[in-house]
Design a protein around this ligand. Structure first.
Ligand SMILES: Nc1ncnc2c1ncn2[C@@H]1O[C@H](COP(=O)(O)OP(=O)(O)O)[C@@H](O)[C@H]1O
Ligand SMILES: [Mg+2]
Length: 358
């Protein structure tokens, strides 16, 4: 792979609001042409971070560089960074094409260039036929496209998107995921996307920065943060998991041997485990087999609850007082379903579990 340029460098950025510390020494890099996502629960500091990149807010300490240049002294309009807000913030009294051209006029673009760029942007988001409409004559998805076109028109180096899909209904949200991703690929512009929706983040991102309580909890590819979470917060926030309190018997490099409350010994990959201390064994619901699929380490339990979800069925299984969530795909067999109350055998492969010390 050829080395890629750094679009953004955030170094040891902290942000205080009065005595409240919203961000604590956050450092990361975003590469050119990357679809980079800031993911975390409400209140973890995502918007605050985005506002500092855009120039609407300043860090208490730390530095931010855009393509190698420090930008903290630059006002928002001097940074080649644009933002798409959750509310779209379109000008209600202007037409669609005037909305897109507005920023270009402020930047001093000549009329011909402005018209050409506006037309190209309308075409890119498939909205040419709506050029003369006002925002209130558009659907939510169409407004979203115009907000994107307007933000991309001045050819920013980086596009910031703060929960841009959250106002749309489910079907449209899913379709817009693909559109956004394609738009990023086609324009080659670096996208910094903010969401609290882990599924959205997994689906769309090249890399995800998981934020929790103002700190970076994990930065990695979607696969890395799902399969090898850095800590319990990440394992719990991304997808769903079962935690078993275990005793750490031995740590050797990236592996640990642990004992579960049921007396089962498991050796698998670890992060942060210390021999002689307690840790959590994280086991994803889809990595647990039931009955004929129960291979590896097996346990006997009883089904206490069943949630039919169409494509999947989620079961709660009690194993000697510990509850496990197990998910099964309702595939070829038309979803052969186990009744609550039934005794079942569960099984998992040791290396599909993770030992987390923190
Ligand atoms: N202007 C402000 N004054 C005081 N506290 C703020 C301000 N902006 C954000 N906060 C606080 O900082 C934390 C992070 O907020 P925010 O970045 O909006 O979170 P997110 O976007 O992840 O939901 C929250 O606890 C919020 O209440
Ligand atoms: Mg926010």
């Amino acid at each position: 792979m050829t080395p890629r340029g750094k679009a953004i460098e955030v170094k040891e950025v902290s942000k205080d609001f009065g005595t409240f510390r919203a961000l604590e020494s956050v450092s990361f890099e975003i590469f050119d042409n990357e679809f980079f996502t800031l993911l975390g629960p409400s209140g973890c500091g995502k918007t605050t971070l985005l506002r500092m990149l855009a120039g609407f807010d300043t860090p208490t300490t730390g530095s931010i560089h855009l393509h190698g240049r420090p930008i903290l002294d630059l006002p928002p309009h001097k940074r080649r960074v644009n933002t798409v807000f959750q509310s779209y913030a379109l000008f209600p009294h202007l037409s669609v094409e005037q909305n897109i051209a507005f920023g270009l006029e402020n930047l001093g673009w000549a009329k011909d260039r402005r018209l050409a760029r506006t037309a190209a942007m309308l075409d890119m988001v498939h909205m040419t036929q709506f050029a003369r409409r006002r925002p209130d004559q558009l659907s939510g998805g169409q407004r979203q496209r115009i907000a994107l076109a307007r933000a991309l028109a001045p050819e920013p180096e980086v596009l910031l998107l703060d929960e841009p899909l959250s106002a749309l209904d489910l079907k449209l949200r899913q379709a817009m995921r693909d559109e956004l991703r394609q738009l990023q690929r086609r324009t080659g512009i670096t996208f910094v996307f903010v969401t609290h929706d882990q599924e959205e983040a997994l689906d769309m991102s090249d890399r995800i920065c998981v934020l929790g309580q103002g700190r970076i909890q994990h930065l990695g590819t979607p696969n890395e943060i799902y399969e090898d979470p850095e800590n319990r917060f990440v394992a719990d926030f991304i997808g769903e998991t079962n935690f078993l309190a275990v005793e750490v018997l031995e740590v050797t490099g990236d592996r640990a041997r642990v004992r579960t409350p049921m007396g089962l010994e498991v050796t698998t990959f670890q992060k942060g485990a210390i021999a002689g201390q307690k840790a959590m064994l994280s086991l994803r619901p889809e990595k647990i087999g039931m009955e004929d699929q129960a291979t590896g380490e097996v346990m006997r339990g009883r089904i206490t609850n069943r949630n039919y979800m169409g494509g999947y069925t989620h079961y709660t299984v009690d194993v000697a007082g510990t509850e496990f969530r197990v998910s099964k795909r309702n595939a070829v067999t038309h979803g052969q379903s186990f009744e609550p109350g039934r005794e079942v055998t569960l099984g998992f492969r040791q290396d599909s579990a993770r030992v987390l010390g923190r």
